[in-house]
Design a protein around this ligand. Structure first.
Ligand code: SF4
Ligand code: SF4
Length: 278
C-alpha cells in the first residue's frame, strides 16, 4: 500500500464525513500568523485541467510547464501516470508560485489548493458511482485559519472557491481513472503510460500528435470538432479522453475511416500465417 492509499484508508475509517450542508469554521487572510505557511513542502497532485489553467496563465506551453514546475513520480504501484507540483529547492521547499502577498496564480490555483481545508473521498472506486462520496476536514495543526470564527457550509465553500467548475471540468478525467480497466488489475505498457501522460498532461504535444501526423486520415473526426480542439484546450482534453478510451481500453469511442480499416485488415492478414489444409 502506498502513502496515498494509506491516507485514504485512514480517511474512510476515522474522519468525520461531511456533506454539502455540513458546517465548519475557517478563514485565511493576510496577517494571520500562519500566512503562506501551507504553501510549501506539500504534495499537490495536478489534474489535467489544473495544468491547462496554469500553463495558460503563465503563457507557456504544456511541455515548458511540465519541465519547470512538475514532477512525475515513478512508483510501480501507480496504475496511471500522475503529476505533482514541484516545490522549490530551498530550505522550506516553497511552492514556486508563492510570494509575500500570497499566491501569485490565485485565480488559476490548482484544485487541491482551492479545496483546502476540505478533502473529498469516496468508498467506491467504480466509474460513474458517486454513492457515498463525502467531504472531510483536513486537520492540519499548522493552519490557524481553522480556529477562526467565520462559518461556512461545505456547499458555500465549493462555490466560493470555484471548485464546482473545477469538479465539472475534471469529471471525465476522474471517470477515466476509475475505469474498470484499472480496477480489473490490467497494467499499461510503458508506451501506453506515455500516451496517457501526453494526452492528459502535455496537451500541446497531444495537439501536435493530432495535427502533425496522419491521425485525421485514419480517424473520422468532423470539421467542427477539429476546429474546436485546435483552439480550445478543454475541448482537446475531452477529445483526448475519448481517444484514450479507444486506444487503451478498446471502447468504440472513435470511428476508423473505411480506407484505414481496410489497410489495417490487410496488414494483419499479411502477418497471420496461412492455415494448413487438413
Ligand atoms: S499554487 Fe498558490 S495556493 Fe497552491 S501552494 Fe502554490 S502558492 Fe499556495
Ligand atoms: S495555513 Fe491555513 S490559514 Fe494559514 S495560510 Fe494556509 S490556509 Fe491560510
Amino acid at each position: 500500500m502506498n502513502e496515498i492509499e494509506r491516507f485514504k484508508e485512514e480517511v474512510l475509517k476515522n474522519y468525520p464525513r461531511l456533506n454539502v450542508n455540513s458546517t465548519f469554521h475557517f478563514e485565511c487572510r493576510p496577517g494571520i500568523s500562519c500566512f503562506n505557511a501551507c504553501c510549501g513542502d506539500v504534495n499537490i497532485f495536478l489534474t489535467p485541467y489544473d495544468i491547462v489553467r496554469l500553463k495558460n496563465r503563465l503563457g507557456i506551453t504544456s511541455q515548458e510547464f511540465l519541465d519547470k514546475y512538475s514532477l512525475s513520480p515513478f512508483d510501480k504501484n501507480l496504475k496511471y501516470p500522475v503529476v505533482l507540483l514541484k516545490m522549490n529547492d530551498d530550505e522550506r521547499k516553497t511552492c514556486p508560485f508563492v510570494a509575500d502577498r500570497g499566491c501569485t496564480v490565485y485565480e488559476d490555483r490548482p484544485w487541491a489548493c482551492r479545496m483546502f481545508p476540505l478533502g473529498m473521498a469516496s468508498p467506491s472506486e467504480r466509474e460513474g458511482d458517486d454513492d457515498g462520496q463525502f467531504y472531510f476536514l483536513l486537520q492540519e495543526k499548522i493552519c490557524q485559519g481553522l480556529n477562526e470564527k467565520k462559518e461556512w457550509t461545505v456547499g458555500k465553500w465549493l462555490d466560493d472557491q470555484g471548485i464546482t467548475e473545477y469538479n465539472r471540468m475534471g469529471e471525465p478525467f476522474k471517470e477515466l481513472t476509475l475505469h474498470r480497466f484499472f480496477r480489473s488489475g490490467k497494467e499499461m505498457s510503458p508506451q501506453k503510460m506515455e500516451m496517457f501522460h501526453m494526452v492528459c498532461y502535455n496537451t500541446d504535444k497531444f495537439r501536435d500528435f493530432l495535427f502533425k501526423t496522419s491521425f485525421f486520415d485514419k480517424f473520422d473526426v468532423d470539421n467542427a470538432t477539429q476546429a474546436a480542439i485546435k483552439d480550445d484546450d478543454v475541448e482537446l482534453l475531452n477529445f483526448g479522453y475519448k481517444w484514450l478510451r479507444f486506444a487503451l481500453m478498446g471502447e468504440p469511442t472513435m470511428k476508423v475511416k473505411d480506407q484505414a480499416a481496410q489497410a489495417a485488415r490487410e496488414k494483419l492478414a499479411a502477418k497471420v500465417p496461412p492455415q494448413k489444409q487438413q
